[in-house]
Design a protein around this ligand. Structure first.
Ligand code: ACO
Length: 326
C-alpha cells in the first residue's frame, strides 16, 4: 500500500486587518467581550478577492514549497462553503490558473471540517494507487456570508485560505490514521442557506431567504469540546499511539475556550495546541491549512514529529487526521 505524505504547505490571507475595535464601530460589542469569550483579537477581511483568488495563491505557494510543477498534479480538491459560484467549482478555477492541465478538480462541502475531510479523501485516492500528487485547499471568504448587523456571528469569522500538497510514498510515513463523522440531526446548529426553490409552480415561500450564517453558539461549543477529545482518542487508538507521542495538535481555530476545554477533556497539555485564532478568527475550512503553513514556515515541524489535525463544523461534521511529519 502507498502512503500519503505532506510535501508542501501554503496560505493566503487578505491584507485588510479588522480589529475588535473596528467591529465595535459597526455593532454593539467590545474588544473585552470578544477577547474574553473567544480569544479573537483581529481577522483578515477581503476587499474584493474572492475565494478562488485566495485558494489559487495558497495553492501556488504550497506547490512552490513542495518544489512540484502544477502539471504533476493529478487532483485538486477545494474545501469551501463560500465558493465564487455553484458552478464552476473553485477547484476548477484554481486548476485553470495554476495550469494543472492533467488534474481532475472538485469542491468539497463539509464546513469547518472541510480540509480534514478533503485530506482524508485525498489520502484514500493515494493509498489505493489512483493518484500520486494531490493539492488540497481550504478556502473561504466568510465575510460575504456574514450578517454584519448580527454581533453574535460577525465577530467570529474571517477570510483566508490554506493548502497542502500530498504525495504518494512507499514508506510508512505521512498520514497514519484518520476518522470522519457526520451527524445530520444537528444540522440546525450552523446554517448558511443556498437558493430557495423558486419556479412557476412555487406559490409562496415559507420564509424570507437570508444568505447569512446563523448559529446556535452554545450547542456548537458543547459539540466541539466533546468531539475534539473523542476524535483525538480515536485516531491515536487507530495508529496505536499514546497522547505522549504527539508533538502538536492543530484543532480548528474557532474559539480559544473550546480548545482549552477540549485539551482538558483529552488530557493533553494546552501548549501542544497550536493557536493563531487571535490573529485570523475562524476562517472555516481554511484554519487548519493556514496553521500548518505557519508552523512549517516557523520550522516548528521536524521529521518524525506526530501531529493531530482535528476539525468540527456545520452539518454537523467532524474529523481528524494523525500524521508523521517528514
Ligand atoms: N458582543 C457583545 N455582546 C454579545 C455579542 C458580542 N459580539 N454576541 C452576543 N452578545 C450578547 C448576547 O446578545 C447575549 O446578551 P443577553 O444576555 O443580553 O441576551 C449575551 O452576549 C450572551 O450571549 P450568548 O450567545 O449566550 O454568549 P455565549 O457566552 O454563548 O458566547 C459564543 C457566544 C462566543 C459565540 C459561544 O457560544 C461560542 O463560542 N460558541 C461556539 C461558536 C463557534 O465556534 N462557531 C463556529 C463553529 S465552526 C463552523 O462550522 C462555522
Amino acid at each position: 500500500m502507498k502512503h500519503a505524505t505532506i510535501i508542501g504547505t501554503g496560505r493566503c490571507l487578505p491584507e485588510q486587518v479588522m480589529t475588535n475595535d473596528d467591529l465595535a464601530n459597526i455593532v454593539e460589542t467590545s474588544d473585552e467581550w470578544i477577547t474574553s469569550r473567544t480569544g479573537i483579537k483581529q481577522r483578515r477581511i477581503s476587499t474584493g478577492e474572492n475565494t478562488s483568488d485566495l485558494a489559487y495563491k495558497a495553492g501556488l505557494r504550497a506547490l512552490e514549497r513542495a518544489g512540484l510543477e502544477a502539471e504533476a498534479l493529478d487532483l485538486i480538491i477545494c474545501a469551501t462553503i463560500t465558493p465564487d459560484s455553484f458552478m464552476p467549482s473553485v477547484a476548477c478555477m484554481v486548476q485553470e490558473r495554476l495550469g494543472a492541465k492533467r488534474a481532475a478538480a472538485f469542491d468539497l462541502s463539509a464546513a469547518c471540517t472541510g480540509l480534514v475531510f478533503a485530506m482524508t479523501v485525498a489520502t484514500s485516492f493515494i493509498e489505493n494507487g489512483m493518484f500520486q500528487n494531490i493539492l488540497v485547499i481550504g478556502a473561504e471568504t466568510l465575510s460575504k456570508a456574514m450578517d454584519w448587523t448580527d454581533r453574535g456571528t460577525c465577530v467570529l469569522f474571517g477570510d483566508g485560505a490554506g493548502a497542502v500538497v500530498l504525495q504518494a510514498s512507499e514508506q510508512k510515513q505521512g498520514i497514519l490514521s484518520m476518522h470522519m463523522v457526520s451527524d445530520g440531526s444537528k444540522q440546525d446548529y450552523l446554517c448558511l442557506p443556498a437558493l430557495p426553490v423558486s419556479n412557476p409552480f412555487v406559490e409562496k415561500r415559507d420564509k424570507e431567504f437570508t444568505p447569512y450564517i446563523s448559529m446556535k453558539g452554545q450547542e456548537v461549543f458543547k459539540f466541539a469540546v466533546r468531539t475534539i477529545s473523542d476524535l483525538i482518542k480515536n485516531v491515536l487508538a487507530k495508529a496505536e499511539l499514546q497522547v505522549e507521542d504527539v508533538k502538536y495538535v492543530v484543532a480548528h481555530q474557532a474559539n480559544y475556550r473550546i480548545i482549552e476545554q477540549a485539551a482538558k477533556f483529552a488530557g493533553i497539555p494546552l501548549d501542544k495546541f497550536f493557536i493563531n485564532l487571535d490573529r485570523y478568527g475562524n476562517t472555516s475550512a481554511a484554519t487548519i491549512g493556514i496553521a500548518l503553513d505557519e508552523m512549517n514556515e516557523k520550522e516548528m515541524l521536524k521529521p518524525g514529529d506526530k501531529l493531530i489535525l482535528v476539525g468540527f463544523g456545520g452539518g454537523m461534521t467532524s474529523g481528524a487526521v494523525l500524521l508523521e511529519w517528514n
